[in-house]
Design a protein around this ligand. Sequence first.
Ligand code: PMP
Length: 377
Amino acid sequence: MIEYREKLQRLISGGTYRTLPHFERDGKYLVVDGERLLNLCSNDYLGLQQIPDLIEEYREAPEYSPLMSSASSRLLTGNDPSYDDLEQYLSSAYQVPSALVWTSGYDANSGIIPTLVDGETLFLADRQIHASMVEGLRLSGCRFSRFDHNDLSRLRNLLEKNEGEYRHIWVLVESVYSMDGDEAPLKAIVALKRDFPSMCLYVDEAHAVGVRGGGLGICREKGLVSEVDVLIGTLGKALGSVGAFSLQSESLRELLVSQARPLIYTTALPPIMVGWTLFLLRKVCEMEDRRQHLQEMIRRLGDRIGRMLESQIISLVIPGEERVVEAAEDFRRQGLYVRPIRKPTIPTGTERLRLSLTSAMNAEEIDHIAEVMKRWM
Ligand code: PMP
């Protein structure tokens, strides 16, 4: 087979070479080279992986489907009734016209954004949106501008400059940003719609569903769902399953089914997983105790390190490649598993550790995390 040594060597010398980590899982811990480390990289924010007997319970539940493969696209014979049940549950829980389930959040974002292009369309995207949305922008072939992260005055300027020039101006944001864990000022963003009639709003809630708004995210918590034109939620993080959903108008759903390539040309998620998602989603909506515990842990860590934390995702900026690697090793010596984040994921000089808390963590663990963090602050 053909070798790619030279190209690989260029990545190594440019500092953008990546490798897959290896470990075993043990509840909220990872076992790495024989060491048991508290996992601070998981998106299992509600600790669903720690609940015993859940799979046995699912087998007896009305949502259960034994089908381990869809064996075709949803547009062929992969569209099992479990999809209809999940989409109906989502559209009625959010009180929106329609829901559509996707194989992953990456597929949803990269498939929906190009489909939104309608005549003259402009996209205005926060500089920190996820790679899957950037992929959608590229595939759309449309003009797009990025505004500095959460910079509303810059966003307003861009809207002023372009209003009247385009049929639709889509603003793309996340409700909780995946890298820094800070929130978008969603109420203020929604308010811009009053001044700019061509503005449409796209909100990715990947890191807020399950955790906020009774499990349905921040738009729901703030009563903004009806103001959002496309809302994305992922199912593989706090919701403990796999895939994603989008909420939108009926006509946009029809258009997506006709045109979104990652929906049309991929094998549908297996019904056993779609049923599992609905089974878990119903439970997650009832898990107020876990959400409250997680919020308490976030507050506790914030108090201990003297920082106002906006979510379960915490970024600890430690500029310099060597230093951030050294910090990750220090965390590991203290029994905590984190991965250093470097270029090309983020620009040079903003190297960081990205930590995420889950409701499976206790006060003692939070205090320990705080002590280790303080050494690097
Ligand atoms: N959107 C955001 C904001 C994300 O952080 C992620 C995953 N990290 C995705 C979308 C992609 O979701 P998935 O993992 O389901 O492809």
